[in-house]
Design a protein around this ligand. Structure first.
Ligand code: NPG
Length: 368
């Protein structure tokens, strides 16, 4: 298809409650959506960059510049393209995986509207309903985390992920494990907050039968993750470190992890995400779909990805109401602990124009 115009749609969406991780507190999202128009169809993609460069180097303000000055002009100049061409067209620009992923998702959405097929079907998804997990942020007191965890379990979530940081780990996990019993799936996420010197301390988590510990060390510490993995019984999962299928292959070869969290935004798009899935599936490595506090636009695309057969662990894909009083798309709702994979053409979730107006979304239109 030929992309005739691209819009950058920007809006502020507050959270129902603040979300705290080892790298900071977030009270809402500064959302950038990419809308592409061409061949009589439109497509939407979500840029998941955060407001500050704390999770990774990419952040919203800068990724808008990358989109406006470097990525969108290349897309508009590319002529007739398929979704497979997007990554190649954008490759000369280094970095900006989240911005690139938003562009690719928007082109995929538009192309699949044209082909009248859903993203899940096109990707090769096999699951229609996905049992989902929830990510629980840090609180000031352990009791508050336990209360939040109990509330999420009552709502039906099948797996709990606890954010941890130095000073808020072993006692927290012990209290939560005691409260929920031995059978509920439980995992922790450090967001790169530890060093290898903490290895003996982190080994104290082994007794709580965790599914995994996610990203204990810094992004580039693959060799040190391999050393740590040998010292823990808890499986090590990587998130921030895995920025491409090539890094995934290196990490597995080094023994840096035995599980991978796949996020399309972190790896530059849904197609690279699927390559990581395929690599892991071929090597018997379990994967799960991570989340970046997406609106319905990104959530729908993640659900399609998470419907692929190798996604054997529950994703960080909660109901829209976990984060937002009003999502910008139709809300995703939990039914018996599951979210339904969208079946509409393309990504299967479109922003509601009235919601965009109510939120004073700004629209910047770029064309050749
Ligand atoms: O449910 O979408 C969700 C959020 C899941 O905890 C979650 N995401 O490190 O995986 C993470 C974390 C995150 C949040 C990362 C915000 C970056 C920004």
């Amino acid at each position: 298809m030929r992309i005739e115009a691209v819009e950058l749609v920007r809006l502020q969406l507050p959270f129902v409650s603040p979300f705290r991780t080892s790298f900071g507190v977030q009270t809402g999202r500064d959302v950038v959506l990419v809308r592409v128009v061409g061949d009589g169809v439109e497509g939407w993609g979500e840029n998941v960059a955060g407001e500050e460069p704390l999770y990774s180097a990419e952040f919203v303000e800068a990724s808008v510049l990358a989109l406006r000055h470097h990525l969108v002009p290349r897309l508009l100049a590319a002529g007739d393209i398929t979704p497979f061409d997007v990554a190649r067209v954008l490759a000369p620009v280094r970095g900006w995986e989240m911005a690139k992923a938003a562009v690719e998702a928007a082109v995929l959405d538009a192309e699949l509207q044209r082909q009248q097929v859903s993203l899940a079907q096109w990707l090769g998804g096999t699951q229609r309903r996905i049992p989902v997990g929830v990510s629980v942020g840090l609180h000031d007191h352990i009791d508050q985390t336990v209360t939040a965890v109990n509330r999420y379990l009552e709502q039906g979530y099948v797996r709990i992920k606890l954010k941890i940081e130095p000073g808020c780990d072993v006692d927290l996990v012990r209290a939560v494990r005691r409260a929920i019993g031995p059978d509920v799936m439980l995992q922790v996420d450090a967001n790169a907050a530890y060093t290898l010197a903490d290895a003996r301390h982190l080994a104290r988590l082994d007794e709580f039968d965790l599914l995994l510990i996610e990203q204990p060390l810094a992004e580039h510490d693959l060799r040190q993750h391999a050393q740590l993995a040998r010292m823990l019984r808890t499986p090590v999962c990587l998130d921030e470190s895995i920025t491409s299928v090539q890094v995934a292959a290196d990490a597995l070869a080094l023994g840096a992890c035995s599980v991978i969290n796949i996020k399309p935004g972190r790896v530059g798009g849904l197609l690279e995400a699927r390559r990581i899935h395929d690599l892991c599936q071929a090597n018997g490595v379990p994967v799960w779909c991570g989340g970046m506090l997406e609106t319905g636009v990104g959530r729908a695309a993640n659900l399609a990805l998470a419907s692929l057969p190798g996604f054997t662990l529950p994703p960080d894909l909660s109901a829209s109401s976990r984060y937002f009083a009003h999502d910008i798309t139709r809300p995703f709702e939990l039914v018996d602990g599951c979210l339904e994979v969208p079946t509409g053409h393309g990504v299967g979730a479109v922003p509601d124009p009235q919601m965009l107006r109510d939120l004073d979304a700004t629209v910047e239109r770029l064309r050749i």
